[in-house]
Design a protein around this ligand. Structure first.
Ligand SMILES: [Cu+2]
Length: 145
């Protein structure tokens, strides 16, 4: 028995405070929302840009699916010149915006030298085939959904 007449001293009060703190921690752990992965396991953050790499093996990925308004950067990592252009070769008119050097604006027009890149924003839904105008058997597809 202590001087205040409490038979168990400070221990019960200390245990009560510790219990309250533990309860608060437990409740906050349960209540605070956790980060949840988007369907498919990918990040829910918007993708700032997409990259297609061109090497001696061609375009990679050869099919890229993006959302409308996305910018795709075509990087030339081959040792040869690259010119990205809408199919079909050589008239480049499948992608429907006009005003490019031949027809579609989906046409780099200038050569993309080894080590350089060129970007294009896809604002029209659809499946858009393209090729390397310098070597037209190298092809790829951009799917805009
Ligand atoms: Cu072409």
């Amino acid at each position: 028995m202590d001087s205040a007449g409490n038979p168990r001293g400070w221990l019960p009060r200390y245990s009560l405070v510790a219990g309250i703190i533990l309860l608060i921690l437990l409740v906050s752990y349960i209540v605070v929302p956790k980060k949840v992965a988007a369907p498919g396991g990918t990040s829910a953050l918007p993708v700032a840009g997409q990259v297609v790499t061109y090497t001696a093996s061609g375009f990679s990925p050869d099919t890229l699916t993006i959302t409308k308004g996305s910018v795709v950067t075509f990087k030339n990592e081959s040792g040869n010149d690259l010119r990205v252009a809408s199919n079909p070769h050589p008239i480049h008119d499948t992608y429907p915006t006009r005003g490019g050097c031949i027809s579609s604006t989906f046409d780099s027009c200038d050569t993309i030298a080894p080590g350089a890149s060129w970007s294009f924003q896809f604002n029209i839904l659809g499946t858009w085939g393209y090729h390397n105008h310098v070597n037209p058997t190298d092809t790829g597809v951009i799917v805009v959904q």
